[in-house]
Design a protein around this ligand. Structure first.
Ligand SMILES: FC(F)c1nnc(N2CCN(c3ncnc4sc(CC(F)(F)F)cc34)CC2)s1
Length: 509
């Protein structure tokens, strides 16, 4: 039967052929500034094409006689409208060909069957077996290009995004992406009240496609953010697509052009207010600004604090990554006390959750901080104390607040483990902990007040109080009172802070 092909509008066509970063930014600006919804499939195909050309095919510019080695700086590819249109029509006809919307006619909202059916179409057309966490598998370009055994590949985020893009083509404006810090699913229905799994998660986990996100696993696990995922609208979905741009050419090289494109697109979305409720996208922008600062724009630290503010404002401070973005920045820049504080704040978030078998990504994050970054940090500062004894005063190891941050960091991990189905800490954590604690002199340790306050611990749950080189897309460059009181007697609140006794207050401390 003849399927009506929606060609592109003139204002979309006029930007082609795309020959520069500015051309792509202009296409995105047109899509984002129009009253109607931005076309997710079109933008995903464009971004995927550009990413493929800049990271998978190397553009060799003419050998420069002065250059000793082959100068491999790429130019920007030329992206023709015909290429993009062909891929778009392939996607559109596949989706419209398989989903007979007439059987869903009438209800303006998507149904669970429709969402599951759309997920099945994407799912069943994927190449049978491939390395799921390879790079550049996050866009519709990856899904639509290449023959059966070479194309049709998507990573877990890419499948979820493709389902939402397909539902947009079918006319369901209620189907949106929901994003946690390590998973993606869809929301749909009146007020986006319905949820559905549409992709897999991690390795060796049975996929739960078609099922709603609910029940005990979703309640207490970091993977589902305890009811605080990023619920996208079309603009936030474009931000997720842009965040997923992966400039990696190899384990050691990035495409500078692609990183610049990602940075400019994130600033475009930032200026439109589309990152306000998307902490990780702001964090991504902070990372890019650290590598290549844009004159006149916010500093990385400002951006990381904006991400923290967004998480506190919109998500009851249930997101870990805003603090580990900040901690990572301080660590790379030798600001070790601030790094310890940021990591302690990250631990104050994870304490709200129970550790479950699908939370490996954040487990690895804390493992690296505790057993790699902090031991390195204390080694550096203890050498500093030896090499520059005159600066001992400002040294981390002589600062009770640093020791307090360290204790709060480990206390968060212990609280995370309590009442969890899976243990967190084990003997492998103990050796680095002992090595770290023993670097702090007794005098420093003695200044940390462990306040035993008498009031009964408020066991009310938090939310009731309202209160590089990456592999796959969105890859990593490289809760309180979460449950009932364990036993009858009062839990006395112990407060650890770095206040020093006034009498011992050191000059300048
Ligand atoms: F903690 C900091 F050091 C981090 N550095 N990079 C981090 N990433 C990289 C970016 N990232 C992300 N950035 C934007 N959006 C999303 S949505 C998502 C989950 C899934 F892929 F959809 F399943 C992940 C993610 C994941 C976390 S955290």
């Amino acid at each position: 039967h003849s399927i009506k092909m929606a060609g592109f509008r003139d204002d979309q066509k006029c930007t082609f052929p795309l020959q520069s970063i500015q051309d792509v930014v202009k296409l995105f600006r047109i899509e984002l500034e129009r009253g109607d919804e931005p076309n997710l499939a079109l933008l995903s195909i464009v971004v995927g094409s550009v990413e493929n050309l800049l990271t998978c095919n190397r553009y060799l510019s003419p050998r420069n006689e002065t250059e000793s080695e082959q100068n491999v700086k790429p130019n920007f590819p030329i992206l023709e409208l015909s290429t993009v249109e062909a891929l778009y029509c392939k996607f559109e006809s596949q989706i419209k060909g398989c989903v007979d919307v007439t059987q869903y006619r009438g209800n303006s909202y998507a149904s669970r069957e429709l969402v599951k059916k759309t997920s099945d179409i994407i799912w069943s057309s994927l190449t049978r077996s491939y390395c799921k966490d390879r790079a550049h598998l996050q866009t519709l370009y990856s899904y639509l290009t290449g023959e059966k055994n070479f194309g049709n590949k998507l990573d877990c985020f890419g499948v979820a995004f493709a389902v939402v893009a397909a539902c947009q083509i079918l006319g369901y404006s209620d189907v949106h992406l929901a994003l946690s810090e390590d998973h993606a699913w869809v929301i749909f229905g009146k007020d986006g009240e319905e949820t559905a799994e549409v992709t897999w998660h991690g390795k060796g986990n049975e996929d739960k496609r078609g099922q709603p996100v609910c029940g005990p696993t979703a309640q207490k696990s970091w993977l589902y953010l305890n009811g605080h995922p990023v619920k996208c609208n079309r603009h936030t979905e474009v931000a997720a697509l842009v965040s997923g741009i992966n400039p990696s050419i190899s384990a050691t090289a990035d495409s500078k052009e692609l990183a610049t494109l990602q940075q400019k697109l994130l600033w475009l979305l930032y200026d439109q207010g589309d990152l306000k409720n998307y902490p990780m996208a702001i964090g991504n922008l902070g990372d890019l600004e650290e590598i290549n600062p844009t004159p006149g724009r916010s500093s990385p630290i400002d951006l990381f604090h904006q991400a923290i503010f967004a998480a506190q404002t919109h998500y009851a401070n249930h997101h870990v990554y805003p603090y580990t973005y900040l901690g990572g920045f301080f660590y790379r820049n030798g600001q070790y006390k601030d790094a310890l504080e940021a990591w302690a704040n990250a631990a104050d978030v994870i304490r709200k959750y129970n550790y479950g078998r699908e939370d490996e990504e954040i487990y690895k994050e804390f493992l690296e901080i505790a057993n790699d970054l902090i031991p390195h940090l204390v080694k550096v500062v203890s050498n500093q104390a030896i090499e520059a004894p005159e600066k001992a005063e400002s040294n981390c190891l002589h600062d009770p607040q640093c020791f307090a941050h360290l204790l709060r960091f480990y206390d968060g991990l212990c609280a995370w483990e309590e009442e969890s189905s899976t243990p967190v800490l084990h003997i492998g954590w103990a050796r680095p902990l002992v090595a770290t604690i023993s670097k702090f002199p007794a005098k420093t340790r003695s200044h940390v007040d462990i306040k035993i306050s008498e009031e009964k611990e408020e066991k009310v749950d938090d939310e009731k109080n309202g209160s590089v080189n990456r592999r796959h897309s969105h890859g990593r460059r490289d809760s309180l009172q979460k449950n009932d009181v364990k036993n009858e007697e009062d839990i006395v609140k112990t407060k650890v802070n770095g206040s020093t006794n006034v009498s011992d207050k050191k000059a300048g401390k």
